[in-house]
Design a protein. Sequence first.
Length: 295
Amino acid sequence: ELGWTDSVPYLDRPPSPLEFYREWVSPNKPCIIQNAISHWPALKKWTLAYLREVVGPKVVSVAVTPNGYADAVFQDRFVMPEERQMPFMDFLDIVEKKVTSPNVFYVQKQCSNLTEEFPELVCDVQPDIPWMSEALGKKPDAVNFWLGESAAVTSLHKDHYENLYCVISGEKHFLLHPPSDRPFIPYELYQPATYQVSEDGSFEIVDEKSADKVPWIPLDPLNPNLEQYPEYAQAKPLQCTVKAGEMLYLPSLWFHHVQQSHGCIAVNYWYDMEYDLKYSYYQLLDCLTKAMEVL
């Protein structure tokens, strides 16, 4: 659907599989679902003290950056974070400000890290969302665990997944663009690079020389440079806040930029999208946009 309202609607209960597919997945529309995860033990149990006790000294992957922007355009590069292996309790010391650091730390590894790195916590949530799995006829490709500092920001991008994003504690702030805004959202090709810590503790940006260039969005939707990207003025972003105990359905191919409260804990479920008419529509928009840029 090309028409859209100026806010993300709320559902006061989880829908039936048929209702969800018909009303939300098929028309590719986001919504915030309340009372969908109220039965999860995690909502009461997942304090930082509990996580420290259960996960404790276990070594996990933590994204570390000097500025809070991982997987983002910086100095004409697409820069990925340093993936630091560190004891989870040391990471919690930083989140709880028991230890100070000039850098920004975020548990955000998106390879089903909940099941792969934090299996001790899976019993406090669910391995999948039953009504979503039934609606789509498949299980999630990945279940991810998120915890980090408020300075950690997710730059504007899209995913080829149907995303159910569940906030356990704190808040997540989403800025969303429908796929129909693609003509107004700039993409450019960037040399991929990675943050690496030098001997004096400062970060340097090291190019991934053998890797292909990465298409990414250079624009910051919170402070867009309309002189450089005037088309963005025609885009129509939606903003919403997902609070503890709420679930955001973020449809495939929707652009999103994400901020969070300090120490926010979340779990999300990625279901592979269907490469159907919605995908063909986006590909058509993308091709037409690129053709107009050439002209």
